[in-house]
Design a protein around this ligand. Sequence first.
Ligand SMILES: *[C@@H]1O[C@H](CO)[C@@H](O)[C@H](O)[C@H]1NC(C)=O
Ligand SMILES: *[C@@H]1O[C@H](CO)[C@@H](O)[C@H](O)[C@H]1NC(C)=O
Ligand SMILES: *[C@@H]1O[C@H](CO)[C@@H](O)[C@H](O)[C@H]1NC(C)=O
Ligand SMILES: *[C@@H]1O[C@H](CO)[C@@H](O)[C@H](O)[C@H]1NC(C)=O
Length: 554
Amino acid sequence: MVRKSVILGFLLTVLTTVIKAEDPYLFFTWKVTYGTISPLGIPQKAIMINDKFPGPNLNTTTNNNIVINVINNLDEPFLFTSGMQHRKNSWQDGMPGTTCPIPPGKNFTYHFQAKDQIGSYFYYPSLGLQRAAGGFGGLRINSRALIPVPYADPEDDYTVLIGDWYTKTHVALKDNLDSGRSIGRPEGVLINGKAGKPDGTGEPIFTMKPGKTYKYRICNVGLKMALNFRIQNHKIKLVELEGSHTLQNLYDSLDLHVGQCFGVLVTADQEPKDYYMVASTRFLKTVLTSTALLRYEGGKGAASPELPKPPVGWAWSLNQFRSFRWNLTASAARPNPQGSYHYGKINITRSIKLVNTVGKIEGKKLRYALSGVSHVETETPIKLAQYFGVADKVFKYDTIKDEPTKVDTSNILVQPNVLKIEHQHLVQRGLMCVCRVEPGKWTPAKRKNYNLLDAVYRHTIQVYPKCWGAILLTFDNCGMWNIRSEILEKRYLGQQLYVNVGPPDYPRGMSTAFQQTVSVVALSRACLILSLPETRFNLVWRGSAWRLVAQGRW
Ligand SMILES: *[C@@H]1O[C@H](CO)[C@@H](O)[C@H](O)[C@H]1NC(C)=O
Ligand SMILES: *[C@@H]1O[C@H](CO)[C@@H](O)[C@H](O)[C@H]1NC(C)=O
Ligand SMILES: *[C@@H]1O[C@H](CO)[C@@H](O)[C@H](O)[C@H]1NC(C)=O
Ligand SMILES: *[C@@H]1O[C@H](CO)[C@@H](O)[C@H](O)[C@H]1NC(C)=O
């Protein structure tokens, strides 16, 4: 009897969830233009969103539907992506392999959902070296009110985007790479678009009320450099890493590698005055540093010009990384704890060894590769080619081997790099757990030492020089997904690949709305004019979907 009522109760919950009204919609219009900024004292061309650099913060809540009409007023194509997860919808992921860029003077409306996730992320341009000119901004996904968060509501929630900065334009940096040279070292570091010096000048970027606790979402939006982040006299309590609640350890400073975001709590528990927030480069002989002022409300006194020292060496960084653990009992975006998933119990069905290599092509041009293949974008995005049934004309699947040989790693082949992976029918969202990062060479025996319990689920991982890292991924999210080096010059020069999860004809199962999105994308973009010889294409409505029909001969 008791059991029955429990089951009934469960069914009722399911029913009410299904009947419930659609999740809220948030609408935005983003105008993308050039602007002039001089963060390092030299005026330079930047990419602004709604006249802002960095762009506006995207403030969303779990399951919100987000609709952004992006108007590209640049004289070059534009496209942006973010670290958030798109459930079964790689069409909105904004990577050049899945979406056509927005041509100059045109607009495109992104439509995606922050499904079953929380956390701190940022969005950024995904084409060429545009990220070097800005076009990025913070993206936060708040927890829904009914899901408890493992800390008290902070007094306020601040976004801090730190990153290295170059004074050359994104076009000049791209020309560098196209001609086979590296982009070299950055000239400075920016905090929310500005490079501050500890000279007593400058306005505070944030204020704190004495005694109150604030949440800071810190992301490294730079191109190349790992940065150390710290605040004079204040401890930093880590509470969230790219969407997962962590064990709440206190740190004096945190190392953020490119692309990483941390959610931390800072309590205004010091003498009420000004303090510097500091971001400085790691693993560089000449350390580049930037500061920003924090002010206590009603406080008196300038910040001390003496900045806390950065840590030295990468062993410190690796040790800190090892202290990051998942809080298994904290609630997740779904109403059960994060650790209820037991990822360590999932049987491993495929192991892929990716080796990063660097080499020269045509005798002199720098290229980076994964297991010997250096990815190049195709004129028709690979996802669209696949959708319209012409994948074989545009790219080949599985050109890298799961276990690379010496030949694979000593040669560099420049071609699209696309892996095909079977869809795994698991009910939960895909996981990327970093179960180990260690110096030396990986061998199968190292599997014994993996953390199969509380490694943090996140979307970026740093692998230190002459080290290896092991990650566990669950491929239950159908679509075409990009796996990439976050170091922009390496990515641009080929260190990335696409993973096709699930049957290639998956979009046939898409809702009508999605099919329409795809056909609109296809019709409005120049990139679908497949430049295959002697072939013309027609889009026709067949049954319930648009199909691309080739005329002429192959
Ligand atoms: C962000 O969204 C949340 C939830 O809707 C709201 O409570 C908060 O005030 C918003 N913050 C900002 C800065 O807009
Ligand atoms: C472009 O913007 C207009 C409104 O400004 C909108 O009606 C239209 O749907 C947008 N087009 C696309 C492809 O998003
Ligand atoms: C983990 O989360 C639980 C549940 O919210 C919380 O009570 C606990 O303090 C957290 N543990 C740590 C070590 O942060
Ligand atoms: C893993 O494989 C074992 C042995 O084949 C099986 O008993 C177990 O149920 C599998 N676990 C999962 C989660 O599929």
